[in-house]
Design a protein around this ligand. Structure first.
Ligand SMILES: [Fe+2]
Length: 276
């Protein structure tokens, strides 16, 4: 009798802990944004941004899966921080026919940098099977109408920084030669690449100095404390989230994104990264 009572106690405690964890992972963490401050030094110790501020957001997944109210409120908070530059590292949408309506409504509140707002596209921005260039082209037009500079295998030189935007790896739109054409390895660079596996491409230029900003992983979305996430959409598992030193001159930062594909996050809070 004692053993049965003990078993039932453990069983119901485990059940209750599981239900609480699930309620937290579904109801709280997906909208509990981590406002993460990260310094952006170069190898020689100087600051790449030299007193200016840069906010990175990623993986919004606008559509039926992510609350528009949550995204709108987060956009307004980001705008109130008055950053010099804002970059969005892809996966604006989870595509469905007619998404333009959701997108247009939210884009009105989209945060803009005082000096410049740059974006690149992610695999989900290419529609079904990540393979519909028309979806990506229509999205790019909408973004440009909002004053967002969409970099598709191209660069801009602004305030002494090379802003290089690489198109997406999984949708096979990446063109590294075109992206780095007319760029100088001597000028500090901020390289935007949705999928961090881009760095392991055979044509990756290791001699460019600066930071690479990525998204795509969502930090694994669900993980156990101190352990690597069980599910990660990258080949190189070192690129799960946060800062990774690639070589002496290059630092990668993988942002965990704001949205989700399934409304579950555990130990992988949505993130806004504030670089200084
Ligand atoms: Fe994503």
């Amino acid at each position: 009798m004692y053993n049965r009572r003990k078993f039932l106690k453990v069983f119901f405690s485990t059940l209750s802990a599981g239900a609480s964890s699930l309620a937290y992972a579904h109801g709280i963490e997906p909208h509990w944004v981590d406002w993460n401050s990260v310094p952006m030094p170069l190898q020689n110790g100087s600051s790449l941004l030299q007193g200016r501020s840069l906010i990175q957001i990623s993986d919004l997944h606008i559509g039926s899966l992510v609350s528009a109210t949550y995204l709108k409120e987060t956009f307004l908070k980001i705008q109130s921080l008055d950053a010099d530059y804002i970059v969005i590292t892809g996966d604006f949408i989870s595509y469905k026919p007619g998404i333009e309506k959701d997108l247009s409504e939210l884009l009105r509140f989209f945060p803009k940098g005082k000096k410049q707002t740059f974006a690149i596209l992610g695999n989900h921005d290419y529609g079904f099977f990540f393979n519909d260039p028309e979806v990506a082209n229509d999205l790019s037009v909408l973004l440009k109408e909002q004053g967002i500079t969409v970099l598709r295998n191209e660069h801009r030189l602004v305030d002494g920084i090379q802003w290089i935007g690489i198109d997406d790896l999984w949708s096979k739109r990446i063109d590294l030669q075109k992206s780095f054409r007319n760029c100088s390895p001597d000028i500090p660079s901020i390289i935007l690449a949705h999928n961090p596996d881009t760095i392991d491409h055979p044509l990756w230029p290791n001699h460019f100095k600066g930071w690479i900003l990525s998204g795509h992983t969502h930090g694994g979305q669900c993980r156990l404390p101190l352990l690597s996430p069980p599910i990660l959409p990258v080949k190189n598992r070192a690129y799960a989230s946060g800062k990774v030193q690639i070589n002496l001159d290059q630092t990668l930062y993988v942002n965990r994104g704001l949205g989700h594909l399934t409304k579950l996050r555990f130990c992988a809070r949505p993130e806004v990264t504030i670089f200084s």
